[in-house]
Unconditional design. Sequence first.
Length: 164
Amino acid sequence: MVTRHHHGRRFIEHRASLVASGFQLFSLPAAFIVPAITPKIQRRYWLVIGTGILYLIGFGMLLVPHASLAYYLLTSFILGTGCAAAFGLVITLFGLKTNSPTQTGQLSGMVQAGGYVIAAFGPVVIGNLQAATNWTTAIFFAIIIIGIMTFFGILSERHNNINN
């Protein structure tokens, strides 16, 4: 999204590919750290809130037109970290919220099926929304979805186990 969003603002393609590569590179630490620390934290809703805040800041930064490569690398860092943290957190919570491997598999299968359907339609919906309106509307729509995801993540932390 970073590369496509600012391509129309004369964002040079080699810079755009650098920012997209940075997103992948910057996501690596969170992909390893978040699953490792999640079981050790008592109040995991702070991880959910922190992840949501990273997403909101990152998408908010996309709303600000800027010509600096450093700015977009920072945006890429924030979004990459938030994305990897969210995925690692959700996958880790499957095991922490269940009592058996069978229950974990059932929960994981149900949630991931729904998540992958949403992920499949997300780019299509955002792209069509952008084509019909503009990038600002599409980004605000993504921010609303992030708010909903964060809300449900916080709700999921009300109980330590899905049986409660």
